[in-house]
Design a protein around this ligand. Sequence first.
Ligand SMILES: Cc1cc2nc3c(=O)[nH]c(=O)nc-3n(C[C@H](O)[C@H](O)[C@H](O)COP(=O)(O)OP(=O)(O)OC[C@H]3O[C@@H](n4cnc5c(N)ncnc54)[C@H](O)[C@@H]3O)c2cc1C
Length: 356
Amino acid sequence: MREFDYIIIGGGCAGLSLAYELDLHKKLEDKTLAIIEPRDEYKKDKTWSFWKVINHNFDDCVKKSWKNFSINSPKGTKHLQCDNYPYQSIDSELFYKKTITKLKENKNVSFFKNIKDINQNNSFIFNSVPSLENNKNNLWQHFCGVEIKTKENIFDDSIINLMDFDCEQKESVHFFYTLPFQKNRALIETTWLSKMNDSSLRDYDNQIKNYIEQNLKIKNYEIVYKEKGAIPLFYPANIKEKNKINIGTAGGMTRLSTGYTFLNIQEHSKYIRMNIENIQNVKNFEIEKKYHLLDKIFLKVLEKHPEKMPDIFFKMFNNSPNTIIKFLSNKSNLFEDLSIIFKMPKWIFIKALLKL
Ligand SMILES: Cc1cc2nc3c(=O)[nH]c(=O)nc-3n(C[C@H](O)[C@H](O)[C@H](O)COP(=O)(O)OP(=O)(O)OC[C@H]3O[C@@H](n4cnc5c(N)ncnc54)[C@H](O)[C@@H]3O)c2cc1C
């Protein structure tokens, strides 16, 4: 059986980002890499969006970039600008095409469907398949989105709606998210922050239909793409092993309060690439510890007081857009953290902190 210097388990976002980063920086010229990915074909399955707070390798896969966003609740609408950190959406189809085309040109990179097809005893393994069993009692961000095409030009494609809380809440946190790619095309997602034990929350098709037809008052439209998913708002088991590092969601790259993962994956890939020659001995890369604590408190409040969350998010957005964006993208300084914390309702957060 063939042996490789490195094995990446899972050729999804984290696996391909890492392989691409290693290839781009010529770390695979005299090292071999096997990528294990069971899917038969790659097609568009996700839209990765984030505020661009750092540079990354995939600007040419950006479907659209915006400099304005809004938050909506039954109490009103807030409009904010993000000139310094545009909000970008990456089309996974372009990402898969770009990374796989480049990797297939490298004779040291091989693709396999099953880890059993190779000998893994002497390799260093990067694993992106999380172990998520028995986690029904944890919080998830679960969602479904459709990209619709309308007959008329009805969307303002210069602004995204990041959160619209003016919808059914059902003892959970629920909002809609609208990304207008063109004046007649938009991705509209229904998003829940909840445990996975209430199946009625997953009646996504009806929720989306009602929102499009009743809230947005759109009658003539066609669904051209659909995506569905669940992001764990807890860290999967991530034990450091001598010859193995977990990456992606499995490696704790999801920011628990937001679900944002894509840019953390890019930073992790860069960290691994910079330390690849000494990878067995380097410290585990993780999202800064202060965000672990702040997100834990935030999720405790969310679990206990879901009905207060629209108001809490609305208050958070009373800060300057740069402060909020940096905070939500784990790039804030202490002064910015405090500015966010002081806008929060004190007692329920203190009580949540005491119960940790
Ligand atoms: C629909 C969706 C939309 C998202 N949108 C955003 C967003 O807008 N912004 C953001 O920052 N984050 C977003 N996320 C969160 C996160 O960025 C993505 O989940 C991202 O794909 C995580 O990368 P990953 O490599 O950890 O997992 P994946 O991309 O899921 O890759 C894991 C790979 O492992 C493969 N695999 C599965 N089982 C095995 C096995 N036994 N052996 C080998 N391979 C296996 C899978 O086929 C897959 O290709 C989204 C998540 C989802 C599900």
